[in-house]
Design a protein around this ligand. Structure first.
Ligand code: ADP
Length: 459
């Protein structure tokens, strides 16, 4: 549902999420004078979003399918409490077009793009087509889904090996398979389809040239209901394990003003072509020669949004709330200024020594770092029990320095101060990476984490 302009900001919204992002949204609402309704599962009774929201409604058991993922439980919570809108955060229902449709038919504003835009961009094959129409460069590959090994081999011959098979409905780094030879492709085709069916209930896969040493650089955009659209520069998310992000920074160490302008322009053109509204992220791969290719668009706020907030001094959640309320963007492209260097480390409840396996349980001691230029977005506290049911993100540690070296020094200092005991976390892993000369040089690619383990194991 679209809201009439001139009605002012929402009076009350429901947050269909948990953890740090639910808290983050509550904070923005408080500052804007918007009342908040939290929803929570039986496993989350002791969560801070329950405590800090104005109202909290228990919506079901621990299992996400029966609580955070169930519109039948979330919509009534919004109706009973008189919320006007729903902020989905990230994950759960954030990129679910059917949920956005349901909100609309129940006279609730979904804080995000219109359902048809989520649908069109959520289908990665369709999204690439839309971007191509807007003259945005895309990774060379199949025109649409590939339905047989023969068809896949034909495209692979045309673009050249190595190739990557990806799920059309994919996300979260899942459902991807790399193949270096036709024989590998044959195997990868069947496993990728099976994985895609199991994970996303849609076996469709498409094929792309596998760029060997790329960087992952994404552009944050904001678009209002009045045709205004700006980009907020880039985030470099090249440090990944199993295609999932671990460290993000802005500016990207490889960025130049010319490249930023080109990528920003491409992101805006693509978003316009898709009829985009609200906050979104256009993800690109950048090749070693500076060529960039559209990969996908995320139609929601991202985990790493604070990196952009700190480098631009723009509150992205506040902007999302304003845009969804029907207000015009509060800034023009000329007013977007990047200042300093920002780095974010994702502190997960995972054990890096056992290939990042989840490590739920009780946090026995907790002390977050502080000081100048340090921000911690977290929902955890001492004696908090990390449940095994959800995402393993415990905290986002974000620092801002006057340049990249200063930011690295600040991050190392902040990581040293960060105490989380009782469970395994990624804190020590980040300390090692931030101290690594290759990371410090800024000249690495998406194979960095694997390469790091190879280098340091043989020491
Ligand atoms: P998801 O939506 O599952 O996160 P993406 O399409 O965003 O998947 O890709 C995630 C990561 O996978 C990228 O950041 C990159 O490291 C790797 N990747 C995806 N496509 C390619 C490609 N064509 N070449 C090289 N790496 C790729």
């Amino acid at each position: 549902m679209k809201r009439d302009a001139g009605k002012g900001l929402f009076k009350k919204i429901l947050i269909a999420n948990r953890g740090e992002i639910a808290l983050r949204i509550i904070r923005a609402c408080r500052e804007l004078g918007i009342e908040t309704v939290a929803v929570y599962s039986e496993a989350d009774t002791d969560c801070l979003h329950v405590r800090f929201a104005d109202t909290a409604v228990c919506i079901g058991p621990a299992k996400s399918a029966e609580s955070y993922l169930d519109p039948k439980r979330i919509i009534p919570a919004a109706e009973i409490t008189g919320a006007e809108a729903i902020h989905p955060g990230y994950g759960f229902l954030a990129e679910n077009a059917d949920f956005a449709d349901i909100c609309s038919s129940c006279d609730l504003v979904f804080i995000g793009p219109p359902p048809e835009v989520i649908r069109a961009l959520g289908d990665k094959v369709l999204a690439k087509k839309t971007m191509k129409e807007a003259d945005v460069p895309v990774v060379p590959g199949s025109e649409g889904g590939v339905v047989s090994v023969a068809a896949a081999k034909e495209v692979a011959e045309a673009v050249g090996y190595p190739i990557i098979l990806k799920a059309a409905a994919g996300g979260g780094g899942r459902g991807m398979r790399v193949a270096n030879t036709p024989a590998q492709l044959e195997k990868a085709f069947h496993t990728a389809r099976m994985e895609a069916k199991a994970a996303f209930n849609n076996p469709e896969v498409y094929l792309e040239k596998y760029l060997v040493n790329p960087r992952h650089v994404e552009i944050q955009i904001l678009a209002d209901e009045h045709g205004n659209i700006v980009h907020l520069g880039e985030r470099d998310c090249t440090v990944q394990r199993r295609h999932q992000k671990l460290i993000e920074e802005s500016p990207s160490p490889i960025m130049t003003p010319t490249l930023r302008e080109k990528m920003g322009k491409a992101a805006i053109l693509g978003a316009k072509r898709a009829g985009y509204r609200n906050a979104g992220t256009v993800e690109f791969l950048v090749d070693s020669d500076g060529s960039f290719y559209f990969m996908e668009m995320n139609t929601r706020v991202q985990v790493e949004h604070p990196v952009t907030e700190e480098v631009t001094d723009i509150d992205i959640i506040v902007e999302q709330l304003r845009i969804a309320s029907g207000e015009k963007l509060s800034l023009t492209q000329d007013q977007v200024k990047l200042s300093g260097n920002v780095i974010e480390c994702r502190i997960n409840a995972e054990n890096p020594d056992t290939d990042f396996t989840p490590s739920p349980g009780m946090i026995t001691a907790f002390h977050p770092p502080g000081g100048h230029g340090v921000r911690v977005d977290t929902h955890v506290y001492a004696k908090y029990v990390v449940p095994p049911f959800y995402d393993s993100l415990l905290a986002k540690l974000i620092v801002r320095g006057i340049n990249r070296n200063d930011a690295i020094a600040k991050m190392l200092r902040a990581l040293d101060e960060f105490i989380i005991e009782g469970i395994h976390t990624t804190i020590d892993f980040h300390k090692k990476v931030l101290a690594d000369p290759v990371f410090q040089s800024g000249t690495f690619d998406t194979g960095f984490v694997e390469d790091y383990y190879r280098r340091t194991k043989s020491d």
